[in-house]
Design a protein around this ligand. Structure first.
Ligand SMILES: Nc1ncnc2c1ncn2[C@@H]1O[C@H](COP(=O)(O)OP(=O)(O)OP(=O)(O)O)[C@@H](O)[C@H]1O
Ligand SMILES: [Mg+2]
Ligand SMILES: [Zn+2]
Length: 260
């Protein structure tokens, strides 16, 4: 500033002097209030440089955070394949009707609270017990914690990969597979739901093998033996590595109002 003042002072019609000094009420730095007059125009410089710098730093950090949040949301929105009914599922609106369901909910919450890069979960159980609901809740809360996530229904994924992929989508198959590979947390919902073809097993292998060392959650109706035969040995072996199994046994929540 001094340097600049000297330089400008050599120009015509310029004057500057300190009219007041005080300590910034926020950071206590000494602020010099300078009266500047340039070609008849008077300006008063009365800002705290330290606070200005801090403010700028805060704004930059916030902009960076916003960018990261929108990147996570974009990834989730662009690549997740979720049935409409699940979109409202949260931990709060999962009401465990039995001890077993309460335990499953607790494991799901703990999993997220102690999130580790390479730990998996597998929810196993009959229809309507809340496997997808709890997995989806983990996915949602993960992003709030800065963990990117994608929730994908495996039958839906296979259908998409089978169909002429690029037609209606603004991304290519490689984009989808790369998103599934790189996301921090991937939910593969309803795995082993169908008897798969060789082609499906190979496609699944591309995804599952790319997740080795990362966190993946599976939900399935099948028991271990069934699952192994449906996804193939090599997929099954990778899926089980470092994966905690949660057995959910109980009534179908979808039928809770059904009286026969
Ligand atoms: N304990 C619960 N409290 C509130 N809603 C529940 C509960 N359990 C299940 N639901 C709701 O019931 C429906 C079925 O649950 P969900 O989709 O999680 O079942 P699922 O175990 O994944 O079954 P499937 O094997 O058929 O996929 C969902 O709409 C879910 O939100
Ligand atoms: Mg389900
Ligand atoms: Zn200040």
């Amino acid at each position: 500033m001094k340097h600049l003042t000297k330089k400008i002072n050599n120009m015509t019609n310029f004057s500057s002097y300190v009219i007041k000094e005080y300590n910034c009420p926020k950071c206590h730095e000494l602020i010099k209030v300078v009266r500047l007059e340039i070609n008849g125009k008077v300006r008063i410089a009365n800002r705290c440089k330290v606070c200005d710098d801090r403010e700028l730093e805060k704004e930059a950090l916030q902009a960076y955070k916003n960018h990261q949040i929108s990147k996570r949301e974009r990834l989730f929105n662009d690549f997740s394949l979720i049935s409409q009914g699940l979109k409202k599922a949260t931990f709060e609106n999962y009401y465990p009707l039995t001890k077993n369901f309460a335990e499953a909910k607790k494991i799901a919450k703990d999993y997220l609270n102690n999130f580790k890069e390479n730990k998996g979960l597998m929810f196993v159980g009959d229809c309507g017990v809340g496997k997808s609901h709890l997995s989806y809740s983990i996915c949602q809360e993960a992003r709030e914690k800065g963990i990117s996530s994608i929730f994908i229904s495996v039958p839906e994924l296979l259908t998409q990969l089978k169909s002429t992929f690029n037609k209606n989508k603004n991304y290519a198959e490689e984009d989808l597979l790369s998103a599934l590979k790189n996301v921090d947390l991937l939910v593969l919902d309803d795995i082993g739901a169908d008897y798969p073809t060789e082609w499906a097993i190979t496609k699944l292998f591309e995804v599952i093998n790319s997740r080795v060392g990362k966190s993946t959650i599976y939900t399935t109706n099948s028991n271990a033996k069934e699952l192994a035969s449906r996804v193939g040995k090599r997929n099954f072996s990778r899926m089980m590595e470092n994966t905690q199994i949660i057995k959910m046994q109980g009534n179908d929540y979808r039928l809770k109002n059904l009286k026969i």
